[in-house]
Design a protein around this ligand. Structure first.
Ligand code: MN
Length: 135
């Protein structure tokens, strides 16, 4: 039993935030929560997670900007983090915008829990943060 994988969940909607927290906590992940993009970036620097799961539509700073800021961070432990973007607006071109911003995966609401867990599981295993790759 190693350390639990840490997931930063950035979601402004309290009901959705609780769903994500419960779903991932039950599966053994440690969930760190943030309610807007700015808080997400701040928390990420205090405790670097293994994966970032972010809503796109967020107050203060949206999920696309969060993704870009992570990819542009000079710290390789941060700029290589796996990122999953979630949006409610499947038809708005968010998938393409998410890819351009540098996310690893893109999901739509309402959540498909099986797909969400599969995507999280795959990315936390296949995208080790830089610096741990050669161990
Ligand atoms: Mn939102």
């Amino acid at each position: 039993m190693g350390e639990p994988k840490k997931i930063l969940s950035i979601e402004d909607n309290p009901a959705n935030r609780k769903i994500i927290f419960d779903l991932l906590t039950i599966r053994g992940y440690k969930v760190i929560e943030a309610v807007d993009g700015k808080e997400g970036l701040d928390k990420l620097k205090v405790e670097i997670p293994d994966l970032v799961l972010t809503d796109i539509q967020l107050p203060v700073m949206d999920g696309l900007k969060v993704t870009k800021a992570i990819r542009e961070d000079p710290d390789p432990r941060i700029n290589k983090l796996p990122i999953i973007i979630v949006t409610s607006y499947a038809m708005s071109g968010d998938a393409l915008k998410g890819q351009e911003a540098g996310c690893n995966a893109y999901l739509t609401k309402p959540y498909n829990f099986k797909l969400l867990l599969e995507t999280v599981g795959k990315l936390v295993e296949t995208c080790p943060p830089a610096g741990r790759e050669d161990k």
